[in-house]
Design a protein around this ligand. Structure first.
Ligand code: ACO
Length: 326
């Protein structure tokens, strides 16, 4: 077991709500189609001047405040994102820039919707190995700026937001009991942003072709997501030596309710234990699990010693699942 305790969690969500009814006026879609296929009713959209680091910094500051900790007391700041402010430096460094924060090691994790759990895996290992005593893991995305707003098959799915957790070493019996993670890069092209990197640098042609936006084969993602998220969760439970009945909450990555429900059913965790926020926020990629965890904590759904099963799947493909004792 890799011991740590979560000192605090927090979330930052842009105030602007984009409803399905408003999407009906923008593209050829209906509220009914979106709700039936995805469970999403509305999502938050960042203002034009807001970047991922702005949401990440807001969530980080709130979490530090709730933990009674100055940000410079952190040893490491990990930001999980697929929508960085810039290709370099990392969004984590832009968070430091915004906060005037010097000192803590800072870097991004690029693992799509699995990113926050990848970040937790790293933070837990750093704390267990002595590389850090106190770590912040932030999941933050401004998906609305990489979505093609004329592509109805993708633009209805995503939303913007950030969630943060502050972890610190402890002697108590808490932290990651078991985990499973992996990736399959042979399927990289199923879900990706083609342009803007060194493969296809930005050009007038790439902008005209809308190659700087999400390209996705939704059906393929769907099938792989259900398999990887459920198998990952089952493996993490096994490695933790606990049963589905022992789990207080299941927090699956919030892409759509059909993926989440199929994952829950295969994992054999009771329906009432599943946290679902996708109806209000859509798919915020790396931010969905920390935001859901923070909302569950705020709602009093977790008490000391409870077990949380978390499982995610995303671009790459990547996947990760963990059993956390809070
Ligand atoms: N409104 C109305 N009709 C639509 C819309 C829309 N917004 N989008 C697609 N359609 C149409 C399609 O054009 C198609 O029409 P056709 O039969 O005339 O060609 C029809 O609906 C069915 O399309 P499918 O793609 O087969 O619909 P499906 O049931 O697979 O649902 C969806 C699509 C919701 C994207 C689904 O595949 C899915 O959720 N995939 C997972 C994708 C995902 O969550 N990705 C996020 C990143 S990865 C992750 O987070 C796990």
């Amino acid at each position: 077991m890799r011991r740590f305790k979560i000192l605090a969690t927090a979330r930052a969500l842009p105030p602007r709500v984009l409803t399905n009814a408003e999407l009906e006026t923008m593209i050829d879609t209906t509220d009914q189609w979106i709700v039936e296929r995805t469970g999403i009713r509305e999502r938050r959209i960042a203002a034009p001047e807001v970047a991922t680091s702005d949401l990440a910094a807001e969530a980080l500051l709130s979490a530090c405040g709730a933990a009674g900790l100055e940000p410079d007391a952190l040893d490491v700041l990990i930001v999980a994102t697929s929508t960085p402010d810039t290709l370099f430096p990392s969004t984590a460094c832009w968070v430091q820039h915004k906060l005037g924060l010097r000192g803590p090691a800072a870097f991004d994790v690029s693992a799509g919707c699995s990113g926050w759990l990848y970040g937790m895996e790293l933070a837990a290992s750093l704390i267990a190995g002595g590389g850090a005593r106190t770590a912040a893991v932030v999941g933050a995305e401004v998906m609305s700026k990489v979505v093609n707003w004329e592509d109805r098959s993708t633009c209805v799915l995503f939303g913007d937001g950030a969630g943060a957790a502050i972890l610190t070493a402890c002697e108590e019996d808490r932290g990651l009991l078991g985990s499973a993670w992996g990736a399959d890069g042979t399927l990289a092209r199923v879900l990706y942003q083609p342009a803007g990197g060194t493969r296809q640098p930005a050009s007038a042609e790439s902008v005209a072709a809308r190659a700087h936006t999400v390209h996705m084969e939704g059906n393929t993602v769907f099938k792989h997501a259900v398999t990887a998220m459920s198998e990952g969760a089952i493996e993490a439970l096994k490695r933790a030596g606990v049963t589905p009945e022992d789990v207080t909450l299941l927090i699956p990555h919030q892409a759509n309710t059909r993926i989440m429900e199929a994952t829950r059913a295969r994992t054999a965790i009771a329906p009432a234990k599943m946290v679902s926020i996708v109806d209000r926020y859509g798919n915020m990629s790396a931010a969905t699990i920390p935001v859901a965890l923070d909302e569950a904590r705020a709602a009093g759904r977790l008490k000391d010693g409870d077990l949380v099963a978390m499982t995610a799947f995303g671009t790459g493909f990547t996947w990760a699942a963990q059993v956390l004792r809070v």
